[in-house]
Design a protein around this ligand. Structure first.
Ligand code: HEM
Length: 531
């Protein structure tokens, strides 16, 4: 009888037996990796990693702060484990060395579960390094320039979109202040920023009441929480396969990507029906012309339509980042009233009250630019870049890094490095001005938020222009004040971008709105119409 029980346990293992065997196996695997890491003197150092989950729990709500603490202990290059993946985290000086000196080696993207659902896996921003990626990036880069910073005409045309959106936004802000005294501005800032990009991308803007548009652009938080470095489903893909909160978040993520793709594809279909090669109306037309020509003349991507993913990358990457930037700009204006006053003084002195600030005023407004650089440095609202991966076996600062290793780039660590910045936790735009009051361009260029090297953001110049115009127009026209009953906090929710928690403000005109009403900004006019 006893023999039979033992025999049955051996042939039909009990759940307890399976669990024990699995734990023993995982522990043996973990031990083997630790031994290998100890023997391999060239691998980066790092904290102890637990079996199965690795260091996932330690990341907490602010992974960039955990990484910055770890870099103080282990140095600028260290290694952690997230679920089953080895992740090398680069901080401080190691970032430049990897992305500039060894740019090619570190230019890949990991094969993360979430990245496969962005534009059905055809996204340029989330796709890995390849000939096809190189071609799409080149086309995207030149198209973005062509519709923003390439020359004085394109700059004026872009400025026109911004002025008209600022006017609409201020109408809403003034109305909300009249109705409620204090209100939350974040949703309006999302629609306003998205509208600037829909004007540039699709030659169209949307009303603040458009439910379909609000639904498409209102899900940024869910998107960035899933693709930010340290996203659980990417490093523990098995979490997708049984009910749990991460699976629910991932299902929402898939859903919003489907919705977003549908919105973009509809726009491309409409454009293809009405396009004339002699008139490029907007970025979608430009992409259709450039990519269709590329695809028929090259064998890089035969049979695939890369127009929707490329326009999706531009629209997606721009509206989330820029609306987050604007939320921080307004929060900081309200939080530091003396800085708001100084900005108003500078703009009034250079521009005066009879006209609006324009892009040509930028060189004469160094404090406005210093303020924008300090917002980017202080908040580091894109603390870790989109995750990278190595595309060959390589090394950095003497440490060996195998091919296909996941790489996190901690931009926050560079912007808050006390050897580089005096009192990095203090908000002080003056750190960017030299003794004669001009913008210190070297200092400004050491703020790290658009990344570096082969994957450097292609919207950097457009973003700086937009932030400059928004800030100078807003401080010229209105005054922002905080709600005394809802104290302001600089707290945020972590994701690819750090989103400030909701806050309440009142917005009041500084004098009359006449100058803004009479300005050139013209709603709904496409690029081609104006040319
Ligand atoms: C303040 C606003 C913005 C910030 C802080 C920002 C920052 C970044 C960062 C950190 C990356 C990842 C780089 C890397 O992985 O190393 C990125 C990628 C990218 N950004 Fe931006 N971005 C901003 C606005 C924009 C705008 C307005 C556009 C388009 C017009 C844009 C288009 C892209 C694209 C297409 C990529 C992918 C590049 C690639 O993978 O090769 N971004 N951005």
């Amino acid at each position: 009888m006893a023999m039979q029980v033992i025999f049955e346990e051996m042939t039909q293992p009990s759940p307890r037996g399976i669990l024990l065997a699995s734990l023993t196996f995982l522990f043996a695997m973990h031990l083997w990796r630790r031994i290998r890491r100890t023997l391999d003197v060239h691998g980066p150092p790092g904290p102890f990693a637990w079996p199965v989950i690795g260091n996932a729990v330690e990341l907490g709500k602010s992974p960039h702060l955990y990484f910055t603490r770890m870099s103080r202990k282990y140095g600028d290059v260290f290694q952690i484990k997230l679920g089953c993946r080895d992740v090398v985290v680069l901080n401080g000086d190691a970032i430049k060395q990897a992305l500039i000196k060894k740019g090619f080696d570190f230019a890949g993207r990991p094969d993360f579960a979430s990245f496969k659902y962005i534009s059905n896996g055809d996204s340029m921003a989330f796709g890995t390094f390849s000939e096809c990626w190189k071609m799409h990036r080149k086309v995207a880069q030149s198209t973005v320039r062509m519709f923003s910073t390439s020359n004085n005409n394109t700059k004026k045309s872009f400025e026109n979109h911004v002025v008209c959106e600022v006017r609409e936004l201020l109408h809403i802000f003034l109305k909300k202040t009249k109705e409620h005294q204090y209100f939350q501005p974040n949703t309006y800032l999302v629609v306003s920023t998205a509208n600037i990009m829909t004007a540039v991308c699709f030659g169209k803007r949307y009303s603040y009441d458009d439910a379909e548009f609000a639904q498409v652009v209102g899900r940024n938080d869910q998107f960035t929480q899933t693709v930010g470095a340290g996203s659980m489903v990417d490093v523990m893909p098995w979490l997708q396969y049984f009910p749990n909160p991460i699976k629910t978040i991932f299902e929402n993520f898939k859903d919003l990507n489907r919705e977003f793709s549908k919105f973009i594809i509809n726009k491309v279909v409409e454009h293809r029906k009405t396009i004339h090669s002699s008139t490029i109306r907007d970025m979608t037309d430009a992409f259709i012309m450039a990519l269709d020509k590329q695809d028929s003349s090259s064998r890089i991507s035969p049979g695939k339509d890369y127009v929707p993913p490329t326009i999706g990358d531009i629209f997606g990457a721009s509206q989330d980042t820029l609306s987050t930037a604007l939320q921080w700009i307004i929060l900081i204006l309200v939080r530091f009233p003396h800085i708001q006053l100084r900005l108003q003084e500078e703009v009034d002195k250079v521009v005066d009250r009879r006209r609006l600030p324009t892009i040509e005023d930028q060189p004469q407004l160094p404090y406005v630019m210093a303020f924008i650089y300090e917002v980017m440095r202080f908040t580091s609202f894109l603390p870790l870049t989109i995750p990278h991966s190595t595309i060959v076996d390589t090394d950095i600062m003497g440490y060996t890094i195998p091919k296909d290793t996941v790489i996190f780039i901690n931009q926050w660590s560079s912007n808050h490095d006390s050897t580089k910045w005096t009192q990095p936790e203090t908000f002080d735009p003056l750190r960017f001005l030299d003794h004669s009051g001009s913008l210190n361009k070297d200092r400004a260029s050491s703020v790290l938020i658009f990344s570096l090297g082969k994957r450097r953001c292609i919207g950097e110049e457009l973003s700086k222009m937009q932030m400059f115009l928004f800030t100078s127009l807003l401080v010229h026209q209105v005054h922002f004040s905080p709600d005394p009953d809802n104290p302001l906090s600089i707290d945020y929710t972590y994701g690819l971008t750090l989103k400030p928690n909701n806050f309440y403000i009142a917005v009041n005109l500084r004098d009359s709105i006449e100058v803004l009403e009479e300005s050139q900004g013209n709603l709904g006019i496409s690029q081609s119409d104006r040319e």
